[in-house]
Design a protein around this ligand. Structure first.
Ligand SMILES: [Zn+2]
Length: 277
């Protein structure tokens, strides 16, 4: 695990400065003996910057801290997760599909949207689903300072606790982006960072068939599927395709013997089987 108080953006800034200076020295024919040290240093820094950025955006790795993206289990369980809501009328329509199939899910809620539609947050919980924190304004946390990251998380915890009487135990950073400082803020609050192992790119509305077939073809025991009932804080996209695709995903995976569970349940499955995060 990579622990530091430096933000990823600061590290990338420092690496950029080293690259510029190294290339300048090489251009001036300095540091060229016994090898072109400046040039090689620049190449190394570029590769390091690329690798550090990849670790921040890829959902399944633990470089900056433990991230839960799937369960290591033999049990045929799968978790549906819906991000960015509550967002009428699509959150209600998603809930209707889940209810008609008797399937629980986990909703990662945007605090600003929860403030606007508290009745939907209450409905999600009343219907037996889990809720998670998806920050207050759905901003890329890599661009914020530590205090701002903490405020994004804390404000949402307070809003959701006020509506439901219970603060979430899980958080999903917008786009899944995180660095060492973001992970430290989450750890301080005892929040488990949950990402995903199956992405359907439903937010670009590629068609019901494309969303459903991406999910069904990639799923395996312990998968966490990422879908969207909301649209960040912009709230102008239709989620009709996701809702119809959800219906198809549920029917298809049930016919393959899968059981749907919440993120908390899938976390417990992992703990039970002694697997690491
Ligand atoms: Zn999101």
């Amino acid at each position: 695990m990579f622990e530091t108080n430096l933000r990823l953006t600061s590290i990338l800034g420092l690496l950029t400065v080293v690259v510029v200076i190294s290339l300048f020295l090489d251009y001036c024919r300095l540091l060229r003996r016994p090898a072109r040290i400046g040039l090689w240093l620049a190449i190394l820094c570029i590769l390091a910057g690329f690798a550090l950025t990849l670790q921040a955006v890829l959902p399944g790795n633990h470089f900056y801290g433990p991230v839960f993206s799937e369960a290591a289990t033999q049990e045929r369980v799968v978790a549906l997760t819906f991000d960015d809501g509550p967002y009428p009328p699509y959150t209600q329509q998603t809930l209707a599909v889940l209810k008609e199939n008797g399937v629980p899910a986990t909703f990662f809620l945007v605090g600003k949207n929860a403030e606007k539609h508290p009745e939907l947050v209450a409905q999600i919980v009343a219907e037996g689903h889990q809720i998670g924190n998806h920050t207050y304004s759905h901003t890329d946390l890599l661009k914020l300072d530590r205090a701002q990251v903490a405020a994004e998380v804390d404000k949402t915890q307070q809003i959701l606790a006020t509506i439901t009487g219970h603060a979430p135990e899980v958080v999903r950073p917008p786009h899944g982006f995180r660095d060492a400082v973001i992970m430290d803020v989450m750890a301080e609050r005892n929040l488990t960072v949950v990402e995903w192992s199956v992405m359907c790119r439903d937010w670009v509305n590629p068609g019901v068939e494309a969303i459903a077939s991406r999910a069904v073809s990639k799923v395996k025991s312990g998968s966490i599927i990422l879908l969207h009932d909301g649209d960040g804080v912009a709230a102008n996209a239709s989620r009709a395709q996701t809702i119809e695709a959800t219906r198809r995903i549920i029917h298809e995976l049930k016919s393959q013997g899968y059981r749907f569970v919440t993120v908390n349940e899938i976390l417990k499955t992992t703990a039970k089987e002694g697997a690491k995060l």
